[in-house]
Design a protein around this ligand. Structure first.
Ligand code: 13P
Length: 265
């Protein structure tokens, strides 16, 4: 069961590119992924303003994600985008609680749980981001932080039926976890494979305890933080690392394709 999880590589474009660049880069990516017959799933989490255009280009080769989604079905939430809106333009799911949103936009484990629940209830995918700061790591709080982030969000999601987290496609479970240590994001200083493995084992153990073995083993756990084409192999071959969430190295299609090809066997 454990080795059967499909690898997932998602490029997080954050707040980069304009419409012309986004469209051209996505087209290049989509054409090349289609031509290469990769064994992995390749995704892009794009700024929401570009998603409708990009959704018309995917031809199901590149999975399209938003970077954030609101928890409400609809309402007076100026500036927000709902899962139902995303679904209506064929976006598959969204990142949830990226550390930049935790740090700058008041995201909490509770609001993350509400977003996860809204996405899953629409049959959409949620890539829930967790990770410790350098200060927390240095205080020996790695396990406590990760377990709290996971537990509080799942409790806040109020989803009682574990199956809701999984969905119907075993290759694409609705919930994925991205372990992104804050100190490794955008710094060029990736975690070592040993450090990433330690965190991923904590996360997997939590998932097995919370959901039971069968369901807990299905979720992909991605590593994120300064992943590049020249270091992705260190991570992707570790037993509990099922893919990567890539920032800077996903912005240039040629670099991202190289990274994806190195992740595919
Ligand atoms: P970098 O790959 O630029 O370090 O960013 C990681 C990240 O935040 C992906 O979500």
């Amino acid at each position: 069961m454990q080795n059967k999880r499909k690898k997932l590589i998602i490029g997080n474009w954050k707040m980069f590119k304009d419409a012309i660049q986004a469209s051209a880069d996505f087209q290049t990516l989509s054409d090349n992924v289609a031509a290469k017959n990769l064994s992995i799933e390749v995704g892009v989490a794009a700024p929401s303003i570009f998603l409708a255009d990009l959704a018309r280009k995917t031809r199901n080769t590149v999975s399209l994600f938003a970077q954030n989604a609101h928890w409400a079905e609809e309402g007076a939430f100026t500036g927000e985008v709902s899962p139902a809106m995303l679904k209506s333009i064929h976006v598959l799911g969204s990142l949830v609680a990226h550390s930049e949103r935790r740090q700058m936009f008041a995201e909490t484990n509770q609001t993350a749980g509400a977003r996860i629940s809204a996405l899953l209830n629409h049959g959409m995918r949620a890539v829930y981001c967790v990770g410790e700061t350098l200060a927390e790591r240095e205080k020996g709080l790695l396990k406590e932080i990760l377990v709290t982030q996971l537990e509080q969000a799942f409790v806040a999601s109020k989803i009682r039926n574990s199956q809701t987290f999984v969905g119907s496609d075993p290759n694409k479970p609705l919930l994925s976890i991205a372990y992104e240590p804050v100190w490794a994001i955008g710094t060029g200083k990736a975690a070592s494979a040993v450090e990433a493995q330690e965190a991923h084992t904590i996360i997997r153990t939590f998932l097995l305890n919370y959901f039971g073995d069968e369901i807990g083993n299905q979720f992909q756990i991605l590593y994120g933080g300064s992943v590049k084409a020249n270091n992705v192999s260190e991570f992707i071959n570790c037993p509990n690392i099922d893919g990567a969430l890539v920032g800077g190295a996903s912005l240039v299609p040629k670099d991202f394709l190289e990274l994806c090809m190195k992740s595919s066997n």
